[in-house]
Design a protein around this ligand. Structure first.
Ligand code: SRM
Ligand code: SF4
Length: 554
């Protein structure tokens, strides 16, 4: 057995995720926290970062890096009340860069929070009944659920599972409350004994999503556990369970790979669903790789021990057998923009948010518009895994009020004017905050799309709903391996270009060209679009066509 990784030792020695965070916070000589605490703080939903645009300048002046923190909220299913939106708006203005970022996992992040502002930020979140517990770290993360309530008349019932699962897999430690909210120090440590996470937590991050077919907007197969709701005649029959999805790889490490989850069976009740989810996590806790973090996700555990072994172990732990998976069909993986109504006559407006960045700029005043909407108290807010926002649950008599605000701030016109290709695109954060970025993503993709739009126009492909995604490194945060055209950063200005993913998230793409810059990207796309436009069959997607042409191997 190889040695445990350093992070394993930090977790075990952390006194249930306390570490020396209190001491780190008091140290006024640096904007950073102690090294071990940088691992511990992730379990509290925060990352220490620094402004990478300013590293060189700071180094020249012999100053320490410009440290700040990113805080990620826990929002199961991605839902906020108007009061909570106002709180997030105020907190973002007071303590962060001001930009509110919708993530590819349906929650919100604030960047640029300096050390002394962390506690006031968490306290303000807490007053709005929001927290950031377990949104990072080796633990179950924010639980996803298909966003749009129009999806099914029983959306609410399925959606409630996101919260139930989030609660079920929450750590028992009181560290968050003690450190950030100054609650009394726990004397009887028995209260936080944690039968799921014990002292060691999971070997690696753990992600769960719930999809409501026919839309796979959550990219359910990209998760450690994917639950697919099986609904017959508007009755929830249960869930198909898929396990072992994960989209990261490491350049040059052939042992790492993106993988879609394998469907292992069906469960027909809430009790069975929760039991299965819990025990899949305990198997990963007990068998996941704790020495090599690159190989520690559930996908590697599953491939090491085999699906048959895993299911047998799971059935032993849950005490019942899984039923054969039910037939389900996905037909899309997108957001439906504009106004829509659900079965209860409530209205929903989905607005396009480029790469999830909510801000006011010279073109759009989205941040102000959402504040004005929240102030009416007549709409909730839902976030999608494609980084967009749904202004939701609007009564018919209030629809005009919301429409007028959307018009006043140009949000509806902006969403309508956005091209199909842009609406279906997504990029991760990358520079300047992500320490792992090798190339730009959210700061670059918009300008690349400008040029791709022209190429699509040239080949009369403007209305093709091709999914383009870009990440600044191979970690896959914008799920670029599951796109029809994926760009994966290799170095500044350079990307691997991937082709052949499908439109519904059931097939990954493959590398088409390595390490290319913008000129070659556009030259390649021009040729590919030309061939596609002339030879595609009716309704043949670009991803399917890429395979038929053998541009990448199947
Ligand atoms: Fe991610 C790490 C941002 C979704 C795979 N991801 C990071 C960090 C925290 C960098 C770090 O470790 O210091 C990035 C912070 C950037 C910043 O400044 O904000 C980061 N990941 C994001 C977000 C914000 C991208 C976005 O633009 O929306 C997404 C936040 C989701 C959330 O709300 O929880 C985000 N990350 C994803 C996804 C997509 C998904 O889950 O559907 C993936 C691929 C799926 C998967 O997990 O396999 C993903 N992020 C990673 C990985 C690779 C994990 C692995 O298995 O090796 C890392 C690196 C790591 O964990 O070591 C990472
Ligand atoms: Fe950072 Fe890489 Fe994730 Fe982009 S894909 S946010 S560059 S870790």
């Amino acid at each position: 057995m190889s040695d445990k990784s350093p992070i394993e030792k930090i977790k075990e020695a952390s006194d249930h995720l306390r570490g020396t965070l209190k001491e780190s916070l008091k140290d006024e000589l640096t904007g950073a926290i102690r090294e071990d605490d940088q691992a511990v703080i992730k379990f509290h939903g925060m990352y220490q970062q620094d402004d990478r645009d300013r590293r060189e300048e700071r180094a020249e002046k012999k100053l320490e890096r410009l440290y700040s923190f990113m805080i990620r909220l826990r929002l199961p299913g991605g839902f906020l009340t108007p009061e909570q939106w106002i709180a997030v708006y105020n907190i973002a203005g007071e303590h962060s860069t001001g930009v509110i970022k919708i993530t590819s996992r349906q929650t919100l992040q604030l960047h640029g929070i300096i050390k002394s502002d962390i506690k006031p930020t968490i306290k303000a979140f807490s007053e709005a009944k929001l927290d950031s517990i377990a949104t990072c770290g080796d633990i179950n993360r924010n639980v996803l659920c298909s966003s749009h309530p129009k999806q099914s008349p029983i959306h609410e019932q399925v959606f409630a599972y996101a919260d139930k699962i989030s609660q079920l897999l929450m750590p028992k430690t009181k560290a968050y409350y003690e450190i950030w909210l100054d609650e009394e120090v726990l004397v009887d440590k028995k209260e936080e004994e944690d039968s799921l996470y014990q002292e060691r937590y999971l070997p690696r991050k753990f992600k769960i999503a719930i999809a409501i077919p026919p839309n796979n907007d959550v990219d359910v197969f990209a998760n450690d556990i994917g639950l697919v709701a099986v609904i017959e005649n508007d009755v929830l029959k249960g869930f198909n369970i898929a396990i072992g999805g994960g989209l990261s790889s490491t350049h040059g490490n052939a042992e790492t790979y993106p993988r879609l989850a394998t469907v292992i069976g069906f469960v027909d009740s809430e009790e069975k669903t929760l039991k299965a989810v819990y025990e899949i996590a305990t198997i990963q806790r007990d068998y996941g790789n704790r020495s090599d973090r690159k190989l520690a996700r559930l996908k590697y555990t599953l491939d090491k021990y085999g699906v048959e072994w895993f299911v047998k172990e799971l059935e032993t732990r849950i005490g019942f057998s899984l039923e054969p998976a039910k037939e389900i069909v996905f037909t899309s993986r997108k957001d439906f923009f504009g106004w829509d109504k659900n079965s209860e006559d409530l209205w929903y407006y989905t607005a396009f948010v480029e790469n999830g960045r909510i801000l006011d700029d010279e073109n759009t005043k989205l941040k102000s518009a959402l504040l004005a909407i929240a102030k009416t108290g007549k709409a909730n807010f839902r976030f999608t895994c494609n980084q967009n926002v749904i202004i939701s649950d609007v009564l018919t008599e209030d629809k005009n009020t919301i429409s007028n605000i959307l018009a006043e701030f140009g949000i509806d016109a902006g969403t309508e004017a956005t091209s199909v290709i842009r609406k279906n695109s997504m990029a991760c954060v990358a520079f300047p905050t992500c320490p792992l970025a090798l190339a730009e993503a959210q700061r670059y993709l918009p300008s690349l799309i400008d040029k791709i739009e022209l190429l699509l126009g040239k080949h009369s492909l403007d209305n093709e709903e091709i999914i383009i995604r870009m990440t600044g490194c191979p970690n896959g945060c914008a799920r670029s391996y599951a796109a029809e055209i994926g760009f994966v950063g290799t170095a500044l200005g350079k990307y691997n270009m991937h082709l052949g993913g499908d439109r519904i998230g059931e097939r990954l793409n493959k590398i088409y060209k390595e390490n290319i810059g913008e000129e070659e990207i556009l030259f390649s796309l021009d040729e590919l679009f030309n061939t596609y436009a002339s030879n595609k069959e009716t309704n043949e997607t670009f991803g399917d066509f890429s395979l038929r042409q053998n541009w990448v191997s199947n």
